[in-house]
Design a protein around this ligand. Sequence first.
Ligand code: IPM
Ligand code: MN
Length: 347
Amino acid sequence: MKSYSIALIPGDGIGQDVTDAAWQVLSTVARHSGFTLTGTSFPWSCAFYKETGAMMPADGIEALRPFDAILLGSVGWPAEVPDSISLHGLLLPIRKAFVQYANIRPHRLLSGVEGPLKASDFDILCVRENTEGEYSGAGGRVHQGTADEVAVETSIFTRAGVERILRFAFEQARQRRGMLASVTKSNAQKHSMVFWDEVTRQLAAEYPDVEVTSYHIDAMAARVVMAPESLDVVVASNLFGDILTDLGAAIQGGLGFAASANINPDRSAPSMFEPVHGSAPDIAHLGIANPIAAIWSGAMMLEHLGEREAAGMIMAALERTTIRGIGTVPGKDRTRSITAAVLAALD
Ligand code: IPM
Ligand code: MN
């Protein structure tokens, strides 16, 4: 029997609630499908930081490396630990250390979910660069706290980094509807973004079957709202992709529905799966967090592990749940009842 070892990092706030829910669904589907998932939980979080002074132990990355995949809830408890510490101590180092350079986020309406737009027939896959760009962490502050203070944060765009994310996006487009939108701001940022556009054009020659269009990020933001059905695969830098995927979440009904996968396409290290939403400390442990984004992320994990059919079973169960109106309206259904409905729909 096939067996996969999964590292579970529930993290903070509702991350724990939704990871529990996703794990129940994943374990059940594994039982039905004839493979085993073994979960090992890591308590790394802001609470862990308060106890130990670090978000994860010094050998945390090495502890995760042997796993087949990582399922993460959410990280952050800004009232207790500044986000700049918690994120740079756990989530971002994992993405970088494991070269999870492709952050993929599907944006479409599950059956029965109403978005805020008139359009409902959109199906967008955002491919966000996930290891460099604006979130490289390169920079510093001098003359701190004085009137002469200077803060510098440098975006890093390497040819290797830009080429591999674009190539990944071209490949995705090829497997979908053959359209790729590459997003920059090359009219204003004349070095890095002009470079990105150039690499896009160079690669386009290798993918004559993919129709590629370059957009500026501001125009793309408007297009996502005005004509989302015109988009297939959208590829963007770390910052632009971050912002666009919250917009994508909004048009698919909210952050409760937005799933994501941090993929290492070369499979040289584990990939990580997590909902797009944050830890929402205000509703943590009240039992009202929507687990759908986390469950969908779990389906993306199975897909990555090669368990396509099982992933499809989860997606079908999600839609059988939402089409009945369960989990579709924020605050209406409890985490437990949404999870129970998905579990029941698996049979
Ligand atoms: C996301 C989150 C993170 C990101 C934050 C918490 C650092 O917003 O996954 O989109 O921007 O990568
Ligand atoms: Mn984000």
